[in-house]
Design a protein around this ligand. Structure first.
Ligand code: UDP
Ligand code: GLC
Ligand code: MN
Length: 331
């Protein structure tokens, strides 16, 4: 098993927090595989120190950026050009097989059985199910494949401006060739799907093994009150939210990651190494000032935001509200 590994990527301190929680969730479910983090040069020394404590290996890689503003604009995610950096995972050739996981994923049970799958195994993307979602995939490190992928990037670019576009074009027979390469959706349950197909979530959601906080707003954009154990969103108390994945993320963060960060920061103010954070004694709160509070929106605007994966989970689009509405239709 020493030559198999889970791999993630963090190019910023915020994504590093996700990577810390992901690693802890894998450990809590007793993985027998190695856990590796790829990091970019802008991850602070402090975050690196915490990552080194948690991970078996932390490897510094160059940031690869698609620079493809046009395609990224279509996804309303100008920040995702750097996901080309993910392709470095194919250079981890000391491992024979790996499972890549986005830093915004959380493991809910042991998933070591994924190593029985072959390259390239992945779950469908909730937005276009004939594409796979590149937030969780099984692959075989190979310098040859890496070179081919880099060539594909420079010759053809990516239809979405990020790694998922390149990978889907490269492994283009995924949708049709071999059903064993289709991971069940429970290995990459994107939180968006909860809202787009709630009855299915109610039927199958309890089997979820990996939750993926796909979309612009990430768990670290919320805040958490460690005393009352509640997650707070931008508009209202999030504790009412039913699928408690966000709460689980924050519980792991506050009980396993935060103590390590505190130990690492010592007497320095926390935000010195962790640029966007504002962590108090009792309340771990991420500064959300870069996200303006949701203004009163027309239902058209709300629909648009939802379709872009920006549901207001904590407010009007809360699980409770949607469930009520759905129940009224079902009745
Ligand atoms: N990522 C990163 N830095 C960034 C953006 C993305 O390290 O600035 C990595 C991180 O592992 C992240 C993955 O690339 O989970 C894909 O980005 P994201 O999860 O934000 O995309 P989404 O799943 O929301 O489409
Ligand atoms: C997707 C995936 C993510 C990927 C991004 C850019 O939505 O969830 O892993 O990095 O698109 O291609
Ligand atoms: Mn993601």
């Amino acid at each position: 098993m020493a030559d198999q590994a889970f791999v993630t990527l963090a190019t910023t301190d915020n994504y590093a927090k996700g990577a810390m929680v992901l690693c802890q969730s894998l450990r809590n479910h007793n993985t027998t595989r190695k856990i590796v983090a790829l990091i970019g040069p802008y991850v602070s020394e402090t975050s690196r120190a915490v990552l080194r404590k948690l991970y078996d290996e932390v490897r510094l890689v160059d940031v690869l950026d698609s620079g493809d503003a046009t395609h990224l604009a279509m996804m309303k995610r100008p920040d995702l050009g750097v996901t080309f950096t993910k392709l470095h995972c194919w250079t981890l050739t000391e491992y024979s097989k790996c499972v890549f996981m986005d830093a915004d994923t959380l493991v809910l049970s042991n998933i070591d059985e994924l190593f029985e799958r072959e390259e390239l195994s992945a779950a469908p993307d909730p937005g276009w199910p004939d594409c796979f979602n590149s937030g969780v995939f099984v692959f075989r490190p190979s310098n040859e494949t890496y070179e081919k992928l880099i060539t594909a990037c420079s010759e053809n670019g990516s239809f979405d401006g990020g790694d998922q576009g390149v990978l889907n074009s490269f492994f283009s027979d995924w949708a049709t060739a071999d059903i064993s390469k289709h991971l069940p959706f429970i290995y990459n349950l994107s939180s968006i799907a909860i809202y787009t197909y709630l009855p299915a979530f109610k039927k199958y959601g309890h089997d979820a093994k990996v939750v993926h906080f796909l979309g612009k707003i990430k768990p670290w954009d919320y805040s958490f009150d460690t005393t009352s154990k509640t997650v707070k969103g931008q508009s209202q108390d999030a504790s009412a939210m039913h699928p408690n994945f966000l709460l689980q993320w924050w519980e792991l963060f506050s009980s396993f990651v935060l103590p390590q960060m505190k130990a690492e920061y010592g007497d320095q103010p926390f935000h010195s190494g962790c640029t966007e954070s504002n962590i108090h004694e009792d309340v771990a709160q991420v500064d959300t000032s870069h996200h303006s509070p949701p203004p009163q929106m027309s239902s058209q605007e709300r629909k648009q935001r939802w379709e872009q994966g920006q549901a207001d989970y904590m407010g009007v689009d809360s699980f409770d509200n949607i469930e009520k509405r759905l129940d009224s239709f079902l009745e």
